[in-house]
Design a protein around this ligand. Sequence first.
Ligand SMILES: [Zn+2]
Length: 84
Amino acid sequence: MAATAEYACQRCKCPFIARVADRKRGWARFCSKSCKASRQEQRTGQHAAYQARKAHRSDGHEGGEFSNAHLFSNEDHDCSKTDD
Ligand SMILES: [Zn+2]
């Protein structure tokens, strides 16, 4: 028999019984699967928004401008080389 204890759900604060071993592994944070799912969605949504903002910022600054300028100078260089 595994040892169990009562914990409060991290989403709805409802008390529920979970195995102590699971809790030590970082599991058993929620009373039900629906509580776990909605909590994870909230977290990943915030994370995705943060990543999108970060990606957008670095993309507009480095990615777009740099690759464009590189392509341009490369074409220019090739042209004058074949002309000579
Ligand atoms: Zn819950």
